[in-house]
Ligand binder design. Structure first.
Ligand code: DC
Length: 272
């Protein structure tokens, strides 16, 4: 993982980078049919697994979704699955003191994506989880929930089953290239300094009106990101690591468009 950059990639530079591009300047991509026959990387009959791992705040989800569209394949957000597990636990009133109960409850739920939606809608126990999984209480507890070994085993099984049903996939998370799909066709690891990532999050929350934009709020976000990085990268099962055979890209000074362009170029070069 990239250490926090002591020189701090200045806020001005960040303004031109990834998060900025997620707003008004968002890159227009051609929306391709789910399973195109022409123009897509690797013939449509063949499977294509592209993994994108990395810490929070690197823009992985947005990049993965746009890359999947450009390649004409599906997009899997595995963080959403861990978030849904955390939401299910909170809503059932089960705390971290009873990990086995969390594992059993989550395993008993029908968790699936509705693939017709964009992004695919995550449904759990018959309810859409799309709003709930982004709420603050879920974000606070998701990393400890994601460190429960039995829960990770369940998620890995579910993710592999999804890939069997949807063999042309860009999947993003923390362990996709290292644990879930070690034989993936192309693996990426996106990174950025903690300061850049917390600044992006800060700008996003200010734009949403969720926070006021005070320096103390930005400091708190930085602390939260550093704590989550530590928790995600030091757990025993499926820790956040850069797989040896992954292409590592530091997005600190790149726009969203540049990142997606770079990944698309590398996928097409590898699997043509
Ligand atoms: O990418 P995200 O912020 O939505 O992920 C939420 C949490 O889930 C994060 O703390 C890391 C964890 N996670 C994981 O452990 N393994 C994955 N494959 C994806 C996410």
């Amino acid at each position: 993982m990239t250490e926090p950059d002591p020189t701090t990639k200045a806020a001005g530079a960040v303004g031109r980078t990834l998060l900025d591009s997620m707003g008004a300047n968002i890159v227009e991509v051609e929306v391709m049919p789910k399973r195109p026959t022409a123009g897509a990387a690797k013939g449509s009959g063949a499977g294509l697994i592209v993994t994108i791992d990395g810490p929070a705040g690197t823009g992985k989800s947005t990049v993965a979704r746009l890359l999947a569209k450009r390649l004409g394949v599906e997009f899997l957000d595995t963080g959403a699955m861990y978030r849904a597990a955390a939401a299910v636990a909170i809503d059932a009133g089960i705390g971290m003191g009873a990990p086995d109960k969390i594992v059993a409850l989550v395993a008993s739920q029908d968790m699936h994506f509705e693939w017709e939606s964009d992004p695919p809608e995550l449904v759990c126990g018959g309810k859409s989880m799309m709003k709930r999984i982004r709420e603050a209480d879920v974000t606070r507890i998701v990393s400890p929930v994601a460190s429960i070994p039995g829960l990770r085993r369940d998620m890995v099984r579910k993710q592999r089953a999804i890939a069997r049903a949807h063999p042309r996939l860009v999947t993003e998370g923390r362990d996709q290239g290292s644990v879930v799909f070690p034989d993936a066709d192309v693996k990426f690891y996106l990174d950025a300094s903690a300061q850049v990532r917390s600044r992006r999050r800060f700008e996003q929350l200010v734009a949403q009106g969720t926070i006021k934009g005070e320096p103390a709020e930005e400091r708190a976000l930085l602390q939260e990101i550093v704590a989550r990085d530590l928790s995600d990268s030091t757990r025993r099962d499926g820790p956040l690591i850069c797989p040896e055979d992954a292409v590592r890209i530091d997005t600190s000074d790149m726009t969203l468009e540049q990142v997606v362009d770079e990944l698309e170029k590398r996928v097409r070069a590898r699997v043509r």
